[in-house]
Structures are given as C-alpha cells and as structure tokens.
Design a protein around this ligand. Structure first.
Ligand SMILES: [Zn+2]
Length: 499
C-alpha cells in the first residue's frame, strides 16, 4: 500500500465546530491512514511515495451514505414513477427475482456506482434474504468492491408465489437468525472495511418477540441497527419512534439510523435525541413516493438537524451520487422555509440552510450517525484515508472550485468531476475511471464464468445482461393482480387511495 502524497490541493478540513476550512496544503497517506496535513511536505530522497498532483483540485472527505439498498442496482429506473403504495405492491417483492449470483453482481454494481460518485462508506439496508447464500454473495461483492460498508442484514417476509399470493412471514426462522449470528461472529470482512449490522422494518410482532430478537442481536456482537420510518396514509400512522421507546429496544451501545423520519409525529425529534439515534434523509425517494418532505434540514415544528445524515436510498429510483441528493435536500429545505414566509406575504432576509450544513450531513455527521467519527468523516491526521479528489478545471467546476469549493461540490458537481477516490488507503478510481476489481477464487460460484480480475467494461457488460434478465422477470408478473393482492396482504385501506 505504501505512501501517497496529495500535493498542492485545496484540502477541505473541519474545525471543532463543524465548519469546513479549505486550506492550501499537501496531505500524506501512509498505509490506511492520513499521516500528515501541512504545506510542502518533504520526504527523504528515495522515499517510496506515490505523488498525486492536486493543482487546481479539491480534496474532500469521502461521502457517507447512511441509507442505501445496494442490491437494487439491477432494477435501475424501474421504480422512478412509483408512489410508496406502488412500490409496496410492485417493487417490494422484486427481491424474490434475485438469485444469490444476481445479488453478487447487484451489490458490486451498486458499490462501484457509489465509489465512482465519491461515496466511500454505505450503510447497506439489505432486505433480500431468501437463503443463507444471498448474504454470502453480498458480503463477497462488498469485499471485492473496496467500499467501506455496514451491511445491515434485514430479515423480511419472503414471497413464495405471485398468484395466488403466498408469503412466508416467518422472518426470524432458525436459518436466518443463525446466518446473522454466523456473519456477525466472523466479522469484519474485506480487511476490516465491512461490518455487520441489523435491519428491521417489520414491527408486527408482539413486544416480547421483538425484545427477544434485539437481545439476540446484541449477544451476536452487532452494534448497528437501521429501520425505515415514515408516517403515511398508505402505511403506518403511529410513531414508530414512540414504539421503540415503549418497547425499550434501543440499546445505548448500539448505533441506530432511522431512515426518512418524514411526516413525523410530534416529539419524534426529541425521541431521536433521547436515545442517541440518528436519522437519514433520502430526498429523491421521499419526495417522489408521497412519503413527505425530508426533515433533515427543515421542519416546521421539529428540529431533526442535530441528529441528521443523508443517504441515496434506491438505485431503482435515483442515482447514488450524494452531492446530487445533498442539492435536492438543501433546495427543498430552503423552499419550505421561504414558503413559510411567503404564505404570510413576507420575505426572509436570509436563507435558512447553507451548503456547509448539507455537506456535513454526508461527512462529519454521517460518521457520527454510524458511530465512526473517530475513523471517518473528515480529513484529519490519524483518521482513515477515505478521500475524494475533484478536478477543479472541468467545465462544471472551474471558478467555483477555486472560489467556494464546498459550494462547487454541492451545487455544481457530478460524478464526472470526481477524478480520484481512495477508500481505506487504496485508490479505487483514478483519472476519472474506476480501477479493476479483484475477486477471490471462492467467489467463482457467484461470478458465473467471469474472470477473477474484472475491468469496469467487463462488469458493466455483465450488469447490463443481468438488468435485462431482471426486467424480463419483473415484467412477466401480472401487475394489476399484484396491486390487488399486495394491497389486501398489507391491509391497506382502499379508501385512502385516490386517483
Ligand atoms: Zn430505503
């Protein structure tokens, strides 16, 4: 691994109050960590060091997506017109079309899309476990991808037959709980990059059952939990955070990320604070799917900002670029705030939120949400070398990158401007191109004949082939019948569905 010297860039550091301080400096990486940040670092002659010229470049902390479903990358664009109800009827059980080898390629594709866009850490909400092999394939892909991840194994109801609809709701069955235990006790994976967490979306069991499961999870050594929560006419009306509070399942040593927290109930923000939980805003999916405006940066009565982070959610809905999600989140928060004045025919003197606020959700606050602030989230000596280099001379970034580098990233950039990405001291994207991926011999069972060393061209060819197959499988299902059957299965009140 050796040493890498980022020479002469604009380094985005953070002060103790979370303010971003851009400095002209060098940054030295040794093995997996940031060893030194100072101007004009001199190394002894003959030193084995790789120098990256960062003239006119912006060196940023890698981005942290605290809510994402990497397995959904073979369903790209399929859910971009869905409401939450349509997703529940037509998308939720698309996991049933995935064999373990599909999951391997889907997770690899999702992880690499993130790295390409500057994402270096993902909390992966994984709800596709139809067999123990499904999770093994996912872990193998995460190891190969180079991404840092908290793989949250989410047991969920398994579709057995489309029509008549048959669903296996025994989500805490022996093989599944044994697999979680096995994965957790053998963790971490990928040279320490991949940890095991737990996900749960189905809180339909009684208190004793739920409490018992969370005790088991703790006994397995799992310290990360995630769940979806939003109030919706098509779903739950009650506060799930209040339920967690009553059940007493939030362990103080466990890092909880509650995804969305949209249309919140009164007191929800205080419950996050009380239990030291964080929320993850996923603006594209929430705003599209009738789940409500994101709450991370603005809400009329509750303040979620102290406990907020951001995620890209679903590849089947939107791209996984976090700067893109940051931009949507920021402008929506500003629009809601501005509207609250305009409704009274007044005009605010200033905007309510800044690009720095939203940039921090994907960096320092994302790290806090995962309980990893001592490892990732900022460019600081001693922290892991998770680094993104933006080319400040591209058509999108020139001028902005030199004047307001954080604004340039949040408001102007796309993944095409990301020149280099390093995760855990290893360069995974260079000169704007993803580096080859090395799998291991035991992954052969998932690769389906593909070679051990994979170029992006080979990977994308396989992903296109698999996406085509997935689309055919999904479109072979009778859509109208599924809408009817799943509505009944989920006990959605037809009276709330209009249009
Ligand atoms: Zn989600």
């Amino acid at each position: 691994m050796g040493r890498v010297l980022f020479r002469g860039g604009t380094i985005l550091t953070h002060d103790a109050n979370d303010h971003v301080i851009p400095i002209k400096s060098d940054l030295l990486v040794e093995e997996k960590v940031i060893k030194e940040i100072s101007p004009d670092i001199r190394l002894p002659a003959g030193s084995d060091v790789r120098v990256v010229d960062c003239t006119n470049k912006v060196v940023s902390p890698g981005f942290i997506s605290t809510h994402q479903h990497l397995w959904q990358s073979l369903c790209k664009s399929l859910w971009s017109e869905y409401t939450i109800l349509e997703y529940l009827c037509l998308g939720l059980f698309d996991n049933a079309h995935h064999q373990p080898s599909d999951i391997f390629w889907a997770e690899l594709g999702g992880a690499l899309e993130g790295i390409d866009a500057g994402t270096t850490t993902v909390m992966d909400h994984a709800h596709f476990h139809y067999s123990p092999e499904h999770s093994e394939a996912a872990i193998a892909a995460l190891e190969a991808s180079g991404l840092r991840a908290v793989f949250c194994y989410c047991p969920s109801s398994r579709l057995q037959k489309h029509h008549p609809l048959e669903v296996d709701g025994d989500i805490f069955c022996d093989w599944s709980m044994n697999k979680i235990k096995d994965l957790a006790q053998n963790a971490p994976y990928g040279d320490g990059r991949v940890q095991i967490g737990f996900g749960l979306d189905e809180f339909r069991f009684d208190r004793d059952t739920t409490v018992k499961v969370f005790k088991q999870i703790k006994a397995y050594g799992i310290r990360h939990v995630t769940t979806h929560y939003f109030r919706s006419p098509a779903g739950a009306k009650d506060s799930r955070l209040a339920l967690f509070d009553i059940y007493g399942i939030v362990d103080p040593d466990t890092h909880w990320v509650v995804s969305h927290a949209t249309n919140p109930a009164p007191g929800d923000a205080k419950l996050l604070e009380k239990h030291n939980m964080y929320m993850s805003a996923a603006p594209s999916s929430a705003m599209q799917m009738t789940m409500g405006h994101p709450t991370a940066l603005y809400h009329r009565t509750e303040d979620f900002f102290p406990r907020a982070s951001v995620g890209a959610d679903s590849h089947a809905i939107c791209g996984s670029s976090l700067p893109s999600e940051m931009r949507i989140l920021l402008q929506d928060a500003r629009a809601q705030f501005n509207d609250s004045f305009v409704e009274q025919w007044k005009s605010p003197v200033k905007l309510n939120r800044s690009v720095e606020d939203v940039f921090n959700l994907a960096t320092v606050k994302g790290a806090r949400a995962l309980g990893m602030a001592d490892q990732i989230g900022q460019l600081k000596v001693g922290l892991a070398a998770d680094i993104v280099v933006y080319d400040g001379s591209t058509p999108a970034l020139y001028g902005g990158a030199q004047t307001n580098p954080v604004t340039a990233i949040v408001m102007l950039s796309s993944p095409a401007d990301v020149e280099l990405v390093m995760v855990d001291g290893i360069i995974r994207k260079e000169n704007g191109i993803l580096k080859d991926v090395r799998t291991v011999p035991k992954d052969q069972r998932w690769r389906e004949g593909a070679s051990e060393n994979l170029t992006w061209t080979e990977i994308s060819a396989k992903l296109i082939e698999k996406s085509n197959t997935m689309r055919e499988r999904i479109h072979s299902v009778d859509e109208q019948q599924m809408r009817k059957d799943v509505m009944q299965f989920l006990r959605v009140d037809p009276a709330v569905v209009v249009g």
